[in-house]
Design a protein around this ligand. Structure first.
Ligand SMILES: C[S@@+](CC[C@H](N)C(=O)[O-])C[C@H]1O[C@@H](n2cnc3c(N)ncnc32)[C@H](O)[C@@H]1O
Length: 290
């Protein structure tokens, strides 16, 4: 049985609902083929790439080998997994990285509790359990954990789940004790959040369910646009997101928070309250089942 709120010291994941490599069974979108390659500069990564290709049931290719004209490449380097689109040469690979980049900034900026996300989830200093139903690259899940949440991430794309697993494992083994503490409160479930919520025993219901479905790119930077394009070609556009929110509203104890583009219509009826960020909006549906 899936338990929410478990504090884990060693990163572990559960893969309870096998769905094939795309994870797009319910997304209704064509998933672009993915191939795995090893890092050509690191002979040790060959074994890792082989295991990964078998795990994801996708072809293992040499870097220079011809594949389908349109495909994404998941590279197993010695340190991490990188996803890139060979058709977009100038686009940097996507990596799940809880150590570098904006991570440190997130950890400090979220401490004030004034950010719209912090206000939307309404933790107010208590340890609350959160089910992040749309894991993606784990950025919001990481923010939720920085805010003090005990976060269960659910991601249905096996490729993204593998990348999340990789990012969590690296962060759990890093030298930064503060970061290790944050990721020790993050657990990954590979599968569909609707299945997870449907099968959840009432006593394990999370305080908060967080939903951030894919939406079309708008006024974002070119970099984010490219990243979004790559993600969309992998996982589609989540047309089942409204039913996920409806289900989440029946399960969450306190509230469901839905992240939307600032000008997008609400996903599942009028929210009880909203919090505006610069580009996004958090719609909050209270459940009051506590
Ligand atoms: C916009 S991305 C989420 C980005 C994420 N919030 C972040 O900070 O990186 C949406 C993700 O949700 C996943 N997803 C959508 N519906 C899902 C469902 N019902 N169960 C599990 N994952 C789902 C998609 O595969 C995609 O990876």
């Amino acid at each position: 049985m899936i338990r929410l709120g478990d504090v884990v010291t060693d990163q572990h994941t559960q893969s309870c609902f096998d769905m094939g490599a795309s994870g797009a069974d319910r997304s209704g979108a064509p998933s672009i083929p993915v191939v795995v390659v090893a890092d050509e500069h690191d002979p040790a990564s060959a074994e890792r790439a082989k295991r990964l290709a078998a795990e994801l049931s996708v072809p293992l290719r040499e870097l220079d080998e011809d594949g389908p004209a349109s495909r994404l490449v998941l590279t197993a380097t010695a340190e991490r997994l990188e996803l890139y689109d060979p058709a977009q040469r100038r686009c940097k690979p996507i990596v799940v990285d809880f150590q570098g980049g904006a991570t440190g900034y997130r950890r400090t900026s979220l401490r004030s509790g004034k950010q719209p996300l912090a206000r939307a989830v309404g933790f107010r200093g208590q340890r609350r359990s959160v089910l992040d139903a749309t894991g993606g690259l784990g950025r919001d899940a990481f923010s939720l954990a920085c805010l003090g949440g005990i976060v269960t991430i659910v991601e249905r794309s096996p490729v993204l789940a593998a990348m999340l697993r990789d990012g969590l494992a690296r962060a759990a083994a890093c030298g930064d004790a503060g970061l290790r503490e944050v990721v020790s409160r993050m657990t990954l479930i590979e599968g569909d959040a609707c299945d997870v919520l449907n099968r959840m025993e009432e006593r394990y219901a999370p305080d908060v369910v967080y939903v951030d479905p894919m939406y079309p790119p708008t006024h974002k930077s070119a970099l984010v646009k490219n990243e979004l394009r790559m993600l969309r070609s992998l996982v589609g556009t989540d047309p089942d997101a409204a039913s996920l929110v409806e289900l989440a509203r029946r399960v969450a104890l306190d509230r469901v928070v839905v992240k939307r583009h600032r000008h997008a219509p609400p996903l599942a009826g009028d929210p009880d309250t909203t919090y505006l960020g610069r580009r996004v909006r958090y719609d909050v549906h209270f459940c009051n089942r506590q």
